[in-house]
Design a binder for this molecule. Structure first.
Ligand code: GRF
Length: 197
């Protein structure tokens, strides 16, 4: 049984769908920790309300010392016995050293069809480019930001009336289907990519 830690910075809607999925019969993983870098993240209360252990490692006291912040992250992750890390709206860039320590065991979901639109504001950029489709990607985390091997993608249409918020909402709905599907397969040792629809 794999032991999953989910890292968040905000509301945690992806985190919640991962918890739902791991509660299903026969799932090869279970949640051991939900961790946020922001004390006020709504996802912490959501996870605690479901009986999942939580932790906050606030990045601000560490100033620009990323290594010290990540050393504390690592201490908490190891303390809960995590062996897979799922980044789900975690808004801190991780150093190559930390990422390499989790090589092959750390996933992220990114709201674009990578390799298009690495980084932020992906929905606005897709609209700006006049794309007719958009989507989300689950990938293994490697030192290069938003760049690791693709483990799943989900596509949505871009509609003429779309603004970033409406497109983001359509993508988020697919994130909630894609991430659980990828984690279930990945935790079973199967790295065959998932494509939706
Ligand atoms: C999602 O849009 C995801 O693509 C990005 O951050 C957001 C997470 O939202 N990584 P939530 O906190 O899971 O609701």
């Amino acid at each position: 049984m794999r032991r999953v830690a989910i890292l968040i910075s905000g509301g945690g809607s992806n985190m919640s769908t991962l918890l739902d999925s791991m509660g299903e019969a026969g799932h090869p993983a279970r949640p051991v920790l939900v961790l946020s870098n922001r004390p006020e993240a709504g996802g912490i209360a959501r996870a605690a309300g479901r009986g999942v252990p939580t932790a906050v490692v606030d990045h601000r006291p560490f100033g620009g010392d990323r290594a010290a912040f990540e050393a504390e992250l690592q201490r908490v992750l190891a303390g809960h016995g995590a062996d897979i890390v799922c980044l789900a709206g975690f808004m801190r860039v991780l150093t190559p050293a930390f990422v390499e320590g989790w090589a092959g065991r750390m996933l992220n979901i990114h709201p674009s069809l990578l390799p298009k639109y690495r980084g932020l504001h992906t929905h606005a950029r897709a609209l700006e480019a006049g794309d007719t489709e958009h989507g989300c990607t689950v990938h293994e985390v490697t030192p290069e930001l938003d760049d690791g091997p693709v483990l799943g993608q989900a596509r949505v249409p871009v509609l003429p009336a779309d603004v970033p918020e409406t497109l983001a909402a359509r993508v988020l709905t697919m994130e909630h289907r894609l991430y659980p599907a990828v984690l279930r397969r990945y935790a079973a040792g199967d790295r065959t990519p998932v494509f939706l629809p």
